[in-house]
Design a binder for this molecule. Structure first.
Ligand code: 1HE
Length: 262
């Protein structure tokens, strides 16, 4: 029996989804993509936060180029649409996802990380878009979602020249929001996920569903939707419970003494 290319484990309310094809650097084959979709759907029914990570020496080497080589143009189109569907399941699903990136995070691997809601990198992480070098194009949502994170100018540079970003540069441009010592990305991502899992459900819904859409709206529409989501969040018993807990000094302050902002 061949090994499942995507592992799924749980740590309390946190699902741990691991790309598990280390001998091929977790390159995303059709089989791996299907397994990722299945594990995601399963995890989204049970978990309150998801961590996506890579087993072995890196996060993900992107599209499996050995499978891609013989695809026709029509097949590439439908293949790309399939990636969009799976990454939309992740991005627009109900459960926040945190990418834990170590080593290479390349092409489709970067698209996968970009489909997550928070990205944690360790100092071994290297981000690249080598499509120009390979003579192909991105197809997993990068032109929209990676460009939003990096800026189109930087993405153009990376795609046309093969320029890479290390973890510190990735944090500077806003691609990742945590940089950890080598070997610590998954540890930190699990801590972040445990915190995310405690967030109030309607706040999570607003952040995952409204915030990205508001980025596409005109200012007045965006502010209108923001007010509607604020009103909706107020209807949850959770809001009453959490506000009371703070006012009655039973909840932690927003800035805890042991935790500086950075
Ligand atoms: C692969 C792939 C792959 C590794 N498809 N087999 N992605 C790329 O252009 C990245 C291509 N990969 C690399 O540049 C390097 O492999 C890495 C920098 C990621 C890692 O290097 P290293 O030295 O740790 O590993 P390696 O020896 O290069 O690779 C180990 C094995 O994995 C080797 O196979 P083997 O049979 O010779 O052992 C590699 O051939 C295999 N391998 N990466 C297939 N990507 C929806 S559109 C998305 C578009 C893209 O993603 S384009 C970017 C594609």
């Amino acid at each position: 029996m061949t090994q499942d290319p995507v592992s799924l484990d749980y740590a309390g309310p946190v699902a741990l989804i691991g790309l598990d094809r280390p001998d091929k650097r977790n390159a995303i084959s059709d089989t791996l993509l299907a397994a990722l979709e299945a594990r995601l759907v399963e995890a989204q029914q049970r978990a309150r936060a998801i961590v996506v990570f890579g087993h072995g020496p890196c996060f993900c080497a992107g599209l499996d180029l050995s499978e891609h080589r013989s695809r026709t143009a029509e097949e590439v189109f439908h293949h790309s649409r399939g990636w969009h569907r799976v990454f939309r399941t992740l991005r627009e699903g109900p459960v926040p996802a945190i990418a834990a990136v170590h080593g290479a995070c390349v092409g489709g691997g970067l698209e996968l990380a970009a489909a997550c809601h928070i990205r944690v990198a360790d100092t071994t992480a290297v981000f690249a878009l080598p499509e120009g070098t390979r003579g192909i194009f991105v197809g997993g949502g990068a032109t929209v979602h990676v460009a939003r994170l990096l800026g189109a100018a930087r993405m153009t540079d990376m795609m046309l020249t093969g320029r890479t970003l290390d973890a510190v540069a990735a944090e500077r441009v806003g691609l990742v929001t945590y940089v950890e010592p080598a070997g610590e990305a998954l540890v930190r991502a699990r801590e972040v996920a445990a915190r995310v899992a405690e967030a109030a459900p309607l706040t999570v819904m607003g952040v995952l569903q409204a915030l990205p859409r508001i980025q596409d709206m005109a200012e007045s529409d965006g502010l209108f939707v923001e007010s509607l989501v604020a009103a909706l969040a107020q209807t949850a018993p959770e809001a009453e419970r959490r506000l009371a807990a703070f006012l009655e000094k039973r909840a932690p302050k927003a800035i805890r003494p042991q935790e500086p902002g950075e």
